[in-house]
Design a protein around this ligand. Structure first.
Ligand SMILES: [Cu+2]
Length: 142
């Protein structure tokens, strides 16, 4: 009897254990998914002010997977925003004439320089900033 019972119990116990593991793994995966979804739905808006001859902030720090909206406005004359090495370039209207906006997706780690693309005066060539994207770490999981 014992020899028949034992082999019957073992697969059931194994199945129960496997089920428990699967549930834990599924819960982990779900947490990861919902955290990502939450980050996407709460797309951060970064306000950047352009002014002779700087951008404020001039450094934007992101983590891979982040997606932000950059809203640019000027405190004086019209400026431009060019993401060096890309096709991205837009005009920033002069003060009081509205904002320019773009979406930036941090797909991979790296540094992206941006600069003013509209000659705005003597310090125009120094008018730049950088977007720094670092790799996602386990401690970033929320
Ligand atoms: Cu300029």
């Amino acid at each position: 009897m014992a020899t028949r019972l034992f082999p019957q119990l073992t697969p059931r116990a194994a199945r129960a254990l496997a089920c428990g593991l699967a549930v834990v793994l599924a819960a982990l995966a779900l947490n990861g998914d919902s955290a990502d979804a939450r980050r996407q739905s709460e797309r951060r808006v970064v306000h950047v002010t352009a002014e002779r001859f700087s951008f404020t902030p001039s450094e934007i720090k992101l983590v891979v997977g982040d997606e932000i909206e950059i809203r640019l406005k000027s405190q004086d004359t019209s400026h431009g925003f060019k993401l060096v090495g890309t096709e991205t370039e837009l005009a920033i209207p002069k003060r009081g004439a509205g904002e320019a906006s773009l979406i930036f997706k941090a797909a991979e780690p790296g540094r992206w320089t941006f600069e003013c693309s509209r000659v705005c005066g003597a310090g125009h060539n120094f008018m730049r900033g950088v977007i720094i994207v670092r790799a996602k770490e386990k401690s970033d999981a929320r």
